[in-house]
Design a protein around this ligand. Structure first.
Ligand code: COA
Length: 489
């Protein structure tokens, strides 16, 4: 990896009120206008920490995988604009690019495809897990469990060994889409369909989702092109919440399959990958174009915390380039499939009104990748609950590439931020209850104890009465440590 440049003449000086000075090195990336203050020695030299909840001003690592220019609306994978890759590359080519660093030649691509295909089978023990989930379990809940369970099957792994690392990355890229489709098939009670070696990555996804053993299934090329585009657009996005989660989990040298499961969990939330599902729910609630203006008013008034889902981004302060591609794809796919979706009209009207409104202009809120993707997936017949799962299977490529980069580049300092403590100062320990359980105490007995920290105004008895009646008292027994009986293990 080319390292970021720092020039000794370029420093920032931090001046304290007591006259102390601390010189901070300025570091610049290999591309782009961002400027970083290297504060790695700040605490050692000054005793100070920085305070940055949500990491709005913090770079957590060096990476050569994805570049984003938020103000200009640029997204590059290993230097290539993402929209060009969508137009010209197959999903597996983009995956190879992100993982290895260069586009593959035809021979390398064939070899990569073969390696992926070899790893698409799922261990029968993992497959058996699908029978244990409740029928209406959200497929993302299932994904968190089954991706994590891969670490049971592939527990032997030496992260220092390049071959081991590559194999883990290949396995995850190969298996997560299969697990995703298994989650769907089992949720609708249909038999699981295994992938076919004669189909492309995107075609296989559609085959595993929609084929049944009853009849031949022909993959629609329009749908395959749309899935290919979706996969590429979602593969990586530098240090977003789920990727940072994977890196932090990996920094403890945890098993990579477990790290990716942590990424899946983080992605699920509506502020992140769950937004594509939330956009459709929002558009359905709005219902018709006539209701758009009122909805925008509600958003501006922050009525019940309502947000315009699929709008806004921590980094993009301009139109998300992925959203631009997605908007074009939606129109093409709907036209080619002959699908008329009234939600597209609602979405277009909502975008138009929002982009002309001062609230959104001032805050630089534009559509992000999730705004239009759901409408395209609906047109392909993909159920809403699978939208975020599709995001997860695509982002798996980025997660493993980032994990592999972190481990191979030796950027393994454990992620361990500090906090600005705002709790109680040190105090004396006064009373502990162990037996009998609090619920069984008489008021007189309880009055001798201080469960919640006695307030100066309340007597012991008043406090006990409150504890025993209106408040839910935590049973002392619930704090007991359970020591397993070794003889029964
Ligand atoms: C993506 C997102 C989490 C980024 O959040 P962030 O960078 O932390 O920005 P903030 O939440 O601090 O928002 C800054 C301001 O814009 C407003 N804002 C941000 N996104 C908004 C949205 N989608 N709708 C309405 N207002 C929004 C906030 O209310 C805040 O306004 P204020 O200054 O009056 O308090 C946020 O834009 C969001 O929730 N978007 C909707 C969910 C979504 O589409 N997620 C997918 C991202 S790819």
């Amino acid at each position: 990896m080319a390292t970021a440049a720092s020039d000794d003449s370029e420093v920032a000086v931090l001046k304290f009120a007591d006259g102390r000075e601390h010189r901070i090195k300025i570091v610049k990336p290999t591309f782009g206008d961002d400027v970083f203050l290297d504060i790695r020695d700040l605490h050692a030299k000054t005793g100070c920490f920085t305070f940055d909840p949500g990491f709005t001003s913090t770079g957590s690592c060096m990476s050569a995988i994805t570049f984003i220019d938020g103000p200009k609306g640029i997204c590059l994978y290993r230097g290539y604009p993402v929209q060009e890759l969508v137009e010209r590359a197959q999903a597996l080519e983009a995956a190879y690019l992100l993982l290895v660093g260069e586009l593959p030649n035809p021979k390398q691509l064939e070899q990569f495809r073969g390696e992926i295909q070899k790893e698409m089978l799922i261990h029968e023990k993992i497959k058996a897990m699908f029978n244990t989930f409740t029928i209406n379990a959200h497929p993302m809940a299932i994904m968190v469990a089954v991706v994590g369970a891969l670490s049971c099957v592939f527990s032997e792994l030496d992260p220092a060994n390049e071959l081991h690392r590559n194999l883990a990355c290949i396995r995850l890229i190969a298996k997560v889409p299969v697990l995703a489709c298994m989650a769907y098939k089992s949720s609708i009670g249909q038999p699981i369909m295994y992938p076919r070696t004669d189909l492309s990555f995107a075609e296989n996804f559609l085959y595993m989702m929609f084929a049944t053993p009853m009849e031949d299934y022909k993959v629609n090329p329009v749908a395959a092109k749309a899935v290919n585009a979706f996969m590429i657009l979602h593969m990586d996005h530098e240090q977003n919440a789920s990727t940072s989660t994977v890196r932090i989990a990996g920094s403890s040298q945890a098993n990579p399959y477990a790290c990716i499961a942590a990424g899946v969990a983080c992605l699920w939330g509506p502020a992140h990958g769950g937004a594509n599902e939330a956009v459709i729910e929002m558009l359905e609630q709005i219902g018709t174009k006539e209701n758009v203006a009122q909805f925008v008013e509600d958003v501006k008034n922050k009525k019940e915390g309502v947000r315009l889902m699929g709008f806004g981004h921590r980094v993009y302060k301009n139109y998300d380039p992925r959203a631009r591609v997605m908007k074009k794809m939606v129109a093409e796919v709907l036209a080619e499939l002959g699908v008329v979706d009234p939600l597209l009209g609602v979405a277009n009207e909502l975008e138009k009104i929002a982009l002309e409104d001062d609230y959104f202009i001032k805050r630089k809120l534009y559509p992000n990748v999730d705004y239009y993707s759901g409408i395209m997936l609906r047109a392909l017949g993909i159920p809403t609950s699978m939208f975020t799962v599709m995001f997860a299977m695509s982002r798996t490529v980025g997660w493993v590439s980032q994990w592999n980069e972190m481990v191979s580049e030796g950027q393994m300092k454990i992620g361990r931020p500090r906090q600005l403590y705002v709790g109680t100062p040190q105090r004396e320990y006064s009373c502990v209850i162990t037996e009998p359980e609090v619920d069984n105490l008489s008021q007189a007995e309880a009055s001798n104890c201080c469960l919640f920290g006695q307030t100066s105004g309340a007597s012991g008895q008043e406090h006990a009465a409150r504890s025993a009646t209106s408040m839910k008292v935590k049973k002392a027994s619930s704090f007991k440590m359970v020591v397993p009986d070794v003889s029964t293990r």
